[in-house]
Design a binder for this molecule. Structure first.
Ligand SMILES: Cc1ncc(COP(=O)(O)O)c(C=O)c1O
Length: 383
């Protein structure tokens, strides 16, 4: 395993996380229970919504969202190809068809409402907006579109936990919001996720589906509730563990300070990389405080040798990444849905040139210096 001087991401874990996990270990209850409930309540309060349903990961959150909306065979869901493949896979596993839409442009890597509109058919059931890198997608336009066509708007807010944007708190504007607390995320539990839904009935359906659609949960039985349960649907086991939610609570309490630190790093990157000729920094003119800054993406000039640039950065101890290969060009999606190169010109143009630089909450000024000088040196040679 390579030892990076500056990795692409690193979770920030301290004494609060260790103490919280130890407490749960001594509590006698490890699966979904009181700590999970506290996490749900506190996350919901931070996001300004009534309640939330914690789940085992972000993919589970998306799966439950589509199941609860009744997405199934014959349905279509319009979503970005420039995303992690999770939402497209869950739509497919529900028996529906993912319909990929293009992104807005080089300065806004989220799905383009005009292109979404062009792909709506009588079969469309839902639209997915993903807040790329923690920056808000065009929620006002997508909300109007969804309302006009009677569609559900699902926010894939994996990059933006409880983030106040110019369009409201990300994940809480659409009908359902899905969060991921994977090890690399701004709020990291190792594995974890959460779903919010304004409609109480929808939210409670998601809560039941999370645990086999049982009428009485294992925890309720443990507390002396009815020992016989009924099964009211066809559910899954997407329950989070108490250990993960204990870490999540500590992470949630530290989130505002850590988000603030991320803003400082992005501010320095924006200022210090601006001079590199041909380097484009998406979202550079948006106010810092409106994003979760999960990623720091840059766009290289057309024809730039990205692998070579990444090699040069790696030689300096700096990890970099690509977010993301376009989903529509993965073998599975070409084979099943006939997707082809050329379907989404803006997405394909951007994904060939995109590079993510290190960004995490305990990056020091020295770490940023090292990344900036490594990029400058590599630029002289490669760009
Ligand atoms: C945009 C996006 N959606 C969904 C997911 C899926 O989350 P998880 O890995 O927790 O299943 C991720 C992260 O991995 C993601 O980045």
């Amino acid at each position: 395993m390579t030892t990076w001087k500056v990795p692409l991401y690193r979770p920030t874990l301290g004494r609060a996380e260790t103490d919280a996990v130890t407490e749960v270990m001594h509590s006698g209850w490890l699966s979904t229970g009181p700590t999970t409930r506290r996490f749900e309540e506190e996350f919901a309060a931070a996001a300004g919504v009534e309640d939330g349903v914690a789940v085992s990961n972000g993919t589970a959150a998306l799966h439950l969202a589509f199941l609860a909306l009744g997405v199934g065979p014959g349905d279509e869901v319009v979503l970005p190809s420039l995303s992690f493949v999770s939402a497209a896979a869950m739509v497919t596993l529900c028996g529906a068809t993912p319909v990929f839409a293009d992104i807005t442009g080089e300065d806004d890597l989220a799905v383009d409402p005009a292109d979404v509109a062009a792909r709506i058919t009588p079969r469309t059931r839902a639209v997915v907006a993903m807040h790329y890198g923690g920056h808000a997608a065009d929620l006002p336009a997508l909300t109007r579109l969804a309302r006009r066509h009677g569609l559900a708007l699902v926010e894939d807010s994996a990059h933006a936990p409880a983030t106040r944007s110019e369009h409201g708190v990300l994940g809480t504007v659409g009908d359902i919001g899905c969060y991921s607390f994977f090890a690399t995320k701004n709020l990291a539990m190792g594995e974890g996720g959460l779903v919010v839904a304004r409609d109480t009935a929808l939210r409670e359906r998601i809560r039941r589906l999370r645990s086999h659609a049982l009428s009485v949960s294992a925890q309720e039985r443990h507390r002396g509730g009815p020992s016989v349960y009924d099964v009211e649907g066809f559910g899954l086991n997407y329950r989070p563990s108490e250990l993960a939610c204990a870490i999540g609570l500590a992470q949630l309490h530290a989130l505002p300070a850590r988000q603030h630190h991320r803003q400082g790093i992005v501010q320095r990157y924006r200022a210090e990389l601006a001079e590199l000729r041909g380097l484009l920094i998406p979202y550079a003119t948006r106010p810092l405080e409106h994003s979760a800054h999960h990623l720091f993406p840059v766009l290289l000039p057309a024809g730039c040798d990205r692998p070579r640039l990444q090699e040069r950065l790696a030689a300096a101890g700096v990890q970099s990444g690509v977010h993301y290969p376009p989903s529509h060009l993965f073998t599975a999606y070409r084979d099943r849905f006939g997707c082809r190169a050329g379907d989404l010109p803006v997405t394909e143009g951007v994904t060939a040139r995109q590079l993510s630089l290190p960004l995490y909450a305990d990056m020091t000024d020295d770490d940023v210096d090292l990344v900036v000088s490594a990029v400058r040196d590599a630029w002289l040679e490669v760009a």
